[in-house]
Design a protein around this ligand. Structure first.
Ligand code: SF4
Ligand code: SF4
Length: 272
């Protein structure tokens, strides 16, 4: 016999299958046209109600200037959040890259930004074809440059949409790990919200010794008890200067590469 939660999950899956397929179509076309290396695994997708009370919390938790879905699209009904998980070889190359990010990691950042733009443009067109309105949001660089806090924080949106749980490294751990990129689009299409998860997915948060992410950060930015976002961004800018032949690549990501939560929920945390 199905539980109420199972029925909700089934309804959500049916609503989102069409949109997930559309994302997969864009990704497949990108790879067919060989626009870059294929850096990605199978996309994940989730939806939040635009009036979820947790959005208001972002003004307290992230920044008083954090946008609400209705600020970006008046009459918004849902926020769709998707995750493009990276392939393991990419995380491995970044982990082994030495002081700087790996070149492939920096190149994947440029490619993924464009891919997210393509996905958003495609979803917007398809939603409009279906009679709904949609507003795209930038993949990155939508933050306050002084405070280094986002006005549209994808990882917090993803949390609200039930796509994952935060780890000690302040990144979101999804069912396919933390190593990847998030995108979002707001729509007037009503979508059933994806249920959030009650359990934690980070080993430290489930009482296991880990801190592998802290050990990976050799830049005095991530500690067991605190995260220095300014020091972190300094390292990202060092990488940008290092790859001065590429567009803006303010990335690092070492704390999320080749750690237990990089590519999956750590089995010990999920009880599997
Ligand atoms: S590396 Fe370990 S402690 Fe760090 S976020 Fe992942 S599971 Fe948690
Ligand atoms: S992204 Fe780099 S600098 Fe920032 S916390 Fe992770 S390892 Fe440290």
């Amino acid at each position: 016999m199905k539980t109420e939660r199972h029925e909700v999950v089934l309804e959500v899956e049916q609503s989102l299958i069409w949109l997930r397929d559309e994302i997969e179509n864009v990704l497949a076309a990108w790879c067919r046209q060989e626009k870059s290396e294929n850096y990605w695994r199978e996309p994940l997708i989730a939806a939040a109600s635009a009036i979820d009370p947790l959005f208001e919390e972002l003004r307290r938790l992230v920044d008083p200037g954090h946008a609400m879905p209705g600020d970006i699209l008046p009459g918004a009904k849902a926020v769709i959040v998707f995750f493009l998980p990276f392939q393991q070889w990419l995380g491995k190359e970044n982990d082994q890259g030495g002081f700087n990010a790996a070149r492939s990691w920096a190149q994947s950042y440029v490619a993924t930004n464009q891919l997210i733009r393509d996905i958003n443009d495609h979803l917007k067109t398809r939603l409009e074809d279906a009679g709904y309105r949609a507003a795209v949001t930038p993949a990155t660089h939508n933050f306050d440059e002084q405070k280094l806090v986002s006005r549209w924080s994808h990882k917090h949106l993803a949390y609200i949409a039930g796509l994952g749980k935060f780890g000690c490294h302040h990144q979101l751990i999804t069912a396919s790990g933390c190593c990847g990129r998030l995108g979002s689009i707001i729509t007037s299409m009503p979508l059933a919200p994806t249920p959030r998860h009650d359990d934690e997915w980070c080993l430290e948060k489930t009482g296991h010794n880990c801190s592998a992410c802290v050990s990976k950060c050799a830049y005095d930015a991530l500690f067991e008890t605190r995260y220095d976002r300014h020091r972190c961004y300094e390292q990202c800018l060092i990488n940008d200067r290092f790859f001065d032949d590429l567009p803006l690549v303010d990335v690092c990501g070492k704390c999320g590469c080749e750690v237990p939560c990089s590519y999956r929920i750590p089995p010990a945390a999920s009880g599997r």
